[in-house]
Design a protein. Structure first.
Length: 104
């Protein structure tokens, strides 16, 4: 896949992730949209293949971070936030065991 195709794919992926992560939060959706578009626009004239690959890597890392680490919070009253984790963030909670169990 050519670099232009990778850049376009990353652009689309970031916007899809933005829509999932900030679902139902118009202000965050708009701020993220502006930031994504601004970053791509500011690097639009980059011609160095090495620099482009570096920027693609940074964008991919940001997408992964958004997808795996951001949890939405909703203000319910003056001092309370309700966390709304996405289903793909919820994992099975396996208790930690200091000593392995003995099989008999």
């Amino acid at each position: 896949m050519g670099q232009a195709a990778k850049v376009l794919q990353l652009f689309k992926t970031l916007h899809r992730t933005r829509q999932q992560v900030f679902k139902n939060d118009a202000r965050a959706l708009e701020a993220a949209r502006k930031k994504i578009n601004e970053e791509f626009k500011s690097n639009k004239s980059e011609t160095s293949p090495k620099k482009i690959e570096e920027l693609i890597k940074i964008g991919s890392d940001v997408e992964l971070l958004l997808r795996t680490s951001v949890i939405q919070g909703i203000h319910t009253d003056h001092n309370t936030l309700k966390l709304v984790p996405r289903k793909d963030l919820l994992i099975e909670n396996v208790p930690y065991c200091d000593a392995p169990t003995q099989k008999q």
